[in-house]
Write a protein that binds this ligand. Structure first.
Ligand code: ATP
Ligand code: MG
Length: 421
């Protein structure tokens, strides 16, 4: 196959063989989000590039090297395929004045795009489910988010495979103090900084702590800690979050190095991590971003949220042996003969009227080859129509799973037999 006619590298097809897992996941999250009163929103996949630069920050991995940005040739606008969902959600909330009557609990799902090196758990088109609570200042909302994620892991059967790491980034003043100390520290160890870190030393030294370079781990480990700079308000908020987790019986560790790769975070940040997926172990991440609504032109409103990586969660489901069975038809309709084929269409529609899932055999073929297809479809029943049955306005029905003899019945009886069990 010509390379240009293949899927773009790092962008996956989701084939019918994989879809049961996706649909199981999607059905679970819908119920779960409804149980917390979150409302779905859908925003465009394309936004103005400026939105992501403003929201995520100029000196971040995403904006510096991961965005799919292009110029719309028709009008010269710079557009970007969304690399994440929070910027768009907040943009929409501001644009439609959604916070005029108070806080909003929102969620979204869909594809995100980042030009990263494709590998297991890291793709160029991947999917996120994101949750945003706009207009909520207190730690009660941070706790709600942590409790709800914990509940989702239970619902998915993943609770024993993930652990929670939390941290607080404090407010603007403590971050400024910490930033000054970090610059001082890294300046003193300049020879140990890699190229990325050198470039970020003055523009975004906090990001150096987020490095994945093994050679810099020791240096980063010993760097000044933000927690030592936090003021009373930040510490109080963090204490309340931890207390909320403790009273709900949710285990966590405080990871002072957890800073997250996006600029908009303050106060609480968290990640749910698994050891079962190798290097790409973060399945869900988020935190508080009290400044973002104002930064995108809205009336100041505190907020927090998180996003999970759907592919990583599905990989974890598969890895831990939780493969849901796909949907199977109730009946496969075998039809041999001209009159039978015409009548079969009516029979199939009648069964669907009764709420049944029916696959009608199309394309002819011998009785034997059609019965093979019926078996392979995993349907519970084969409904068999020959010209004989068609003439009598009846059908033969044969159980394909387990015991039971073939019977010949009228249309009304047919639906009753198939609906049983
Ligand atoms: P990482 O450190 O793995 O690059 P990140 O901090 O860039 O993650 P976020 O922007 O916080 O990721 O996105 C939230 C979640 O989305 C991640 O925890 C992960 O599960 C998922 N995710 C992020 N990037 C990718 C990707 N390229 N492919 C698949 N999933 C991804
Ligand atoms: Mg990343």
């Amino acid at each position: 196959m010509n390379d240009n006619l293949r899927a773009v590298r790092g962008m996956n097809d989701i084939l019918p063989g994989d879809i049961a897992l996706w649909q199981h996941f999607e059905a679970t999250i819908r119920d779960w989000l409804a149980s917390y009163g979150y409302l779905e929103m859908r925003t465009p996949i394309l936004e103005h590039t400026a939105l992501f630069k403003r929201a995520i920050g100029e000196v971040t991995d995403i904006v510096e090297k991961e965005m799919y940005t292009f110029v719309d040739e028709l009008n010269g606008e710079s557009l970007t395929l969304r690399p994440e969902g929070t910027a768009s959600a907040v943009r929409a909330a501001v644009e439609h004045n959604m916070l005029f009557d108070g806080g909003k609990r929102l969620w979204y799902q869909g594809p995100m795009f980042r030009h990263e090196r494709p590998q297991k758990g890291r793709y160029r088109q991947f999917h996120q489910v994101g949750v945003e609570a706009l207009g909520y200042a207190g730690p009660d909302m941070d706790v709600e988010h942590l409790l709800m994620t914990a509940r989702l892991w239970k619902a998915l059967g993943l609770a024993e495979f993930v652990r929670l790491e939390i941290n607080t980034l404090g407010g603007a003043e403590s971050r400024a103090r910490h930033r000054a100390k970090l610059i001082e520290y890294f300046e003193a160890h300049k020879e140990q900084l890699d190229e990325d870190a050198q470039r970020r030393l003055y523009s975004n030294p906090l990001r150096i702590l987020d490095t994945k370079n093994p050679a810099m781990q020791a240096l980063v480990e010993a760097a000044p800690k933000l927690i030592d700079e936090l003021d009373e308000a930040a510490l109080g908020h963090f204490a309340a979050v931890k207390q909320g987790l403790e009273s709900a019986g949710i285990a966590y560790t405080v990871n002072p190095r957890l800073v997250r790769g996006l600029d908009y975070y303050n106060y609480t940040v968290f990640e749910w991590v698994t050891d079962r997926l190798g290097a790409q172990g973060t399945v869900c991440a988020g935190g508080r971003y009290d400044g973002l609504v104002a930064q995108l032109g809205g009336k100041p409103a505190p907020a927090c949220g998180y996003a999970m990586g759907v592919e990583r969660l599905l990989a974890l489901l598969a890895e831990t042996g939780q493969n849901p069975a796909g949907a199977t038809p109730d009946a496969y309709l075998v039809n041999v003969g001209e009159a039978a084929t015409r009548f079969a269409m009516t029979v199939a529609e009648t069964l669907r009227d009764a709420g049944l899932k029916v696959v009608l055999h199309c394309g002819g073929g011998s009785f034997k080859s059609q019965m093979k297809k019926a078996d392979a479809s995993a349907a519970r029943f084969a409904v068999i129509i020959g010209d004989d049955e068609a003439a009598a306005g009846e059908a033969s029905v044969k159980p394909l799973r387990g015991e039971g003899a073939q019977e010949r019945v009228g249309l009304a009886g047919l639906a009753t037999i198939i609906s049983k069990e």
